[in-house]
Ligand binder design. Structure first.
Ligand code: ZN
Length: 298
């Protein structure tokens, strides 16, 4: 009898765990003239849905105007917020709600252009650790990159944010023991993308998981640049990936299986501090990209 009760209790516990997906807010919308949220956000949503551990709500920012000025996303309903946005300013209520959310342990995932946002918002820049453009320069913090086996904080004056041509590049995993990267190949080719470089920011509580070399021949910085990393802020966990540039007629960066896998693992880690997703059965190699288009993620 006792065993039966225990069995029923274990069964309901297991069912409870299975039935409780991680709540994700994917915050998106037209917020700059360079990035195509209509192209990117379906991929981000499908990539998360594919893992069957997330319940993702797409929250669309209203266009600039009164509705935008008064819009405060309901962050506290979620475990993690994915930022697929880039705007210079936000209303005070939204900013306060966002910082409180992260302070209390809410997760944040920063995708590509989201690190261009909010140049003058101090807490946001602490949360993302590194950003680019929006007139960022030496006043915002050092450059941060990998050189001769270690990370360098470089205080040389100059603009923050650069990228060369949209080309494939090799990702070098720098921490093979972190839950996000554990078990993944340590080098793999990422499909055509803007490799962000010369990012600047407070660079506090940052932990780089992977870098890539930005070649001068393709208009890059000539440095080994961070491509995805974690940050801690208050009780919150942050995952930033600089990958994910899309255009009206191409989405190959977010079709890349390496992007999809690290993004989905980063979202789970930011939400829970763990990664329970199984390792992928197929992955790009150092010389061959591997793509999974929208209909293959269904
Ligand atoms: Zn871009």
């Amino acid at each position: 009898m006792k065993l039966k009760v225990l069995f029923v209790a274990l069964l309901s516990l297991q069912m409870g765990l299975q039935a409780k997906p991680i709540k994700v807010m994917l915050l998106t919308g037209k917020t700059d003239n360079y990035h195509r949220w209509e192209v990117t956000s379906p991929y981000l949503k499908a990539t998360l849905d594919h893992q069957k551990v997330f319940a993702t709500d797409v929250v669309l920012l209203p266009p600039p105007g009164k509705a935008f000025d008064e819009f405060v996303p309901e962050f506290s309903k979620y475990q993690v917020v994915v930022l697929d946005i880039n705007m210079p300013e936000w209303n005070e209520k939204a900013k306060t709600a966002f910082v409180n959310f992260v302070q209390k342990g809410g997760g944040v995932v920063v995708v590509h252009e989201a690190n261009n946002a909010f140049q003058d918002w101090k807490e946001f820049n602490q949360i993302i650790a590194l950003g680019g453009w929006g007139n960022r320069n030496e006043k915002d913090g050092p450059y941060y990159y990998w050189k001769e086996g270690k990370y360098v904080k470089d205080y040389t004056p100059g603009p923050g944010g650069a990228h060369g041509q949209r080309v494939p590049f090799v990702i070098n995993i720098r921490d093979t023991e972190h839950p996000i990267t554990k078990g993944l190949p340590t080098k793999w080719l990422h499909q055509n993308d803007e490799l962000y470089g010369n990012l600047r920011g407070p660079a506090e509580n940052i932990h780089v998981l992977a870098t890539a070399f930005s070649t001068k021949e393709t208009g890059g910085t000539g440095k080994e640049e961070p491509v995805f990393f974690t940050v801690t802020y208050g009780k919150g966990r942050v995952f930033q990936t600089v990958m994910g540039h899309t255009g009206d007629d191409y989405a190959d960066s977010v079709e890349d299986v390496g992007f999809q896998v690290t993004f989905a693992r980063g979202v789970e880690w930011a939400a829970t501090g763990k990664v329970k997703q199984e390792l992928p059965t197929e992955f790009p190699t150092e010389t061959t990209v591997l793509l999974r288009k929208l209909d293959q993620l269904k």
